[in-house]
Design a protein around this ligand. Structure first.
Ligand SMILES: Cc1cc2nc3c(=O)[nH]c(=O)nc-3n(C[C@H](O)[C@H](O)[C@H](O)COP(=O)(O)O)c2cc1C
Length: 194
């Protein structure tokens, strides 16, 4: 099996991180991998906000906790949001799992391929991270709450243009988890018509 396929098949989401920061040279490679993802019409209209400042990350965490507290849920609400609302009540809740780096990927609100382009970039980051021996996890809370007033102001302070929506984020660092079990995949529904 070649190294690329091995990387794809062994990547997993990590939810426990060491405090050690990732190397600047690795961060550069991750962003380079991200921007080599395909984009609709070669748009490349994405923005990458890399947050490595602990206080600024904790500020985002407080805002996420506040957003969950204000969130009304019922039985039709997306399961992860319902679970998130409960978890966020805990003192120790941290939506990026205390990873030392969070890359927030955003794109122009009106662009119809915003989510698709950013998702392709995020997957490149996850795979590049795995290949560099880094741990990663896709993080969705800022996508849900980027339009909350206080959150928006903070994201703007962190350099994300006001007209951009957060399409996703990635927690990055060195794994502090010893669970290397991969999440099993369901059998895919594939029809090959020849
Ligand atoms: C769009 C999207 C949003 C996700 N959001 C989160 C998240 O907010 N927090 C989290 O812990 N994992 C998140 N994940 C990771 C999934 O839970 C994970 O990929 C899935 O459980 C399969 O596990 P694996 O990545 O280890 O294969 C997200 C994944 C995707 C694709």
């Amino acid at each position: 099996m070649n190294e690329t396929i091995k990387t794809i098949l062994t990547r997993k989401s990590i939810r426990s991180y060491k405090e050690d920061q990732i190397l600047d040279s690795d961060l550069e490679l991750l962003i380079d991998a991200a921007i080599h993802a395909p984009t609709g019409g070669n748009s490349q209209s994405w923005n990458f906000a890399v947050i490595q400042n602990r206080e600024k990350l904790l500020e985002l965490n407080s805002l996420v906790k506040e957003s969950f507290a204000n969130l009304c849920v019922d039985e039709n609400t997306y399961r992860s949001k319902r679970k998130g609302k409960i978890s966020a009540q805990q003192e120790t809740y941290n939506f990026y799992f205390n990873a030392p780096t969070l890359i927030i990927v955003s794109n122009t609100r009106e662009y119809p391929n915003a989510m698709a382009d950013c998702s392709a970039a995020i997957e490149n980051i996850l795979l590049a991270a795995k290949s560099l021996g880094l741990a990663s996890c896709w993080i969705n809370q800022l996508t849900w709450f980027c339009d909350e007033e206080k959150m928006r102001k903070t994201l703007t302070d962190y350099g994300i243009p006001e007209t951009y929506i957060v399409c996703g984020a990635v927690a990055l660092g060195y794994s502090a988890s010893n669970d290397d079990k991969l999440v099993p995949r369901k059998k895919a529904d594939v029809n090959i018509i020849r």
